[in-house]
Design a protein around this ligand. Structure first.
Ligand SMILES: N[C@@H](CCC(=O)N[C@@H](CS)C(=O)NCC(=O)O)C(=O)O
Length: 198
């Protein structure tokens, strides 16, 4: 399994996921500053020219949430995702998809001080709705799906953590406490050194 990433990119989250699950893999650092993600070779892996990407045999997986979900399903014995068909699986999907489809685009626009003129037609609504959603989905204690840490925390908690580093939103006390729990995980600390110190 090959993991294409850069420690100063969103790939830090998939790196963390691989470490949490202790999955053997080949680490391939792609230099974004040098434009290596735009090479013809890398564009065959991801035409979006984005990191991270995971190549497992003939299978290419891109998108942070996609890679994390793939790993959780590939190694079910590690217990990083609720079983298919359970109620918890629905909640799990909500965390995975709301993060990439809704929180990310809202943060990207907010970081530039841009507001969509029609929140009703934008899939991510607007920042007030996004902040209410983050507050509602953030656990008061433990983890997103309860006592057990899962991929939902890597994806959702990972984006909240990443976003506060870039000051994309102001975390409430509850969200700050959740991010602190995320940051106290050994696998997080092992994979986020360069990122947090930047
Ligand atoms: N939706 C993508 C976003 C990935 C992304 O934006 N990666 C950035 C680094 S944080 C990137 O590769 N940028 C290089 C470029 O677009 O040229 C995901 O979840 O993986």
């Amino acid at each position: 399994m090959k993991h294409y990433f850069n420690p100063m990119s969103r790939g830090v989250t998939t790196d963390w996921m691989l470490r949490e699950m202790d999955v053997p893999h080949e680490q391939i650092i792609v230099d974004i500053a040098a434009g290596d993600n735009k090479s013809a070779e890398y564009r065959k892996i991801n035409p979006m020219q984005k990191l991270p990407a995971l190549v497992d045999g003939n299978t290419i997986v891109t998108e942070v949430a996609g890679i994390c979900a793939y790993l959780a399903d590939k190694f079910p014995e590690k217990g990083f995702a609720p079983d298919i068909g359970t109620a918890a699986r629905g909640s799990y999907f909500r965390y995975l998809f709301v993060t990439g489809n809704t929180l990310e685009p809202a943060f990207s626009l907010a970081a530039l001080g841009i507001e969509h003129p029609n929140p009703g037609s934008a899939g991510w609504g607007d920042m007030p709705r996004v902040l209410d959603t983050i507050e509602a989905l953030t656990p008061d204690d433990s983890w997103a799906l309860g006592e057990k840490f899962t991929t939902a925390d890597v994806v959702f908690g990972g984006l909240l953590d990443f976003s506060t580093v870039f000051n994309w939103f102001e975390a409430s006390p509850k969200v700050t406490a959740y991010i602190e729990r995320i940051r106290s995980r050994p696998a997080y600390r092992e994979t986020h050194g360069a990122f947090i110190d930047s």
